[in-house]
Design a protein around this ligand. Sequence first.
Ligand code: FES
Length: 75
Amino acid sequence: MSEQLPAEPAVVIKTVDNGPYQVKGPIRLVDHDNNVYDLGPGRTKLLCRCGMSETKPFCDGAHVRNGFVAAERSS
Ligand code: FES
């Protein structure tokens, strides 16, 4: 059962087919070294989903070069 969301949620996370997570702010992302990345309203960042990026947690396009296939689908 899903909850009612506002017509325009503040944060939107979209899975890109065979690619990264597209995150639309406003968010604050804190990485493994405690670096803080503030993303303002309506701004987007791509977060690595394949594990092959040299710039984690961000996507650097390695998923394309390495033929990443995200087979999983939610039901
Ligand atoms: S999803 Fe793009 S480099 Fe991992």
